[in-house]
Design a protein around this ligand. Structure first.
Ligand code: ATP
Length: 138
């Protein structure tokens, strides 16, 4: 088995995950980044999407909203506005959120509202993608 390290995943006001992992793969703006044990210290922003972690030889994937990853001598911490396991994602809510954001984008509102709707649409689509991979829909 590969060497493990401690990972903490902390959305606001709760602990999503805390434990030993063999690997973590996040999506940063310039592509995927794999973190193994003894990785050099870094801070990297997270793209809204998903991350994967390997525990006891098994990969698990979860949704992440806006956030960042910090690897330091103190440990590895993933901070995100929201994290969800596929089985905890409310698919109907994500579909409604997707429709709402698409409608707002069609309405050509202010640039700030446009940006907000774009990122809300990205969250909804990422949630749907993570649940579809888990349950092999489509
Ligand atoms: P919505 O428009 O449906 O609120 P959102 O993308 O604006 O979606 P977030 O701001 O990312 O929602 O999340 C707010 C809280 O609601 C977080 O705790 C998040 O985990 C939870 N959440 C949002 N959407 C879902 C979903 N489809 N299934 C489960 N939890 C969700």
């Amino acid at each position: 088995m590969s060497k493990t390290y401690k990972l903490d995943i902390l959305p606001p006001e709760r602990e999503f995950f805390s434990g030993q992992v063999e690997a973590l793969i996040i999506t940063a703006p310039d592509g995927e980044l794999a973190i193994l044990a003894d990785h050099a210290p870094i801070v990297a922003p997270l793209v809204v999407g998903s991350f994967k972690m390997k525990i006891d030889g098994e990969w698990r994937e979860a949704f992440n909203s806006e956030g960042f990853l910090e690897v330091s001598k103190l440990g590895t911490v993933l901070l995100a506005q929201a994290c969800e396991w596929p089985e905890d994602i409310d698919i109907r809510r994500a579909e409604q959120s997707k429709r709402r954001s698409e409608e707002k984008l069609r309405q050509q509102r202010s640039i700030n509202e446009y940006k907000g709707s774009k990122i809300a649409l990205a969250r909804a689509m990422a949630r749907l993608r993570v649940t579809k991979q888990k349950y092999n829909l489509d």
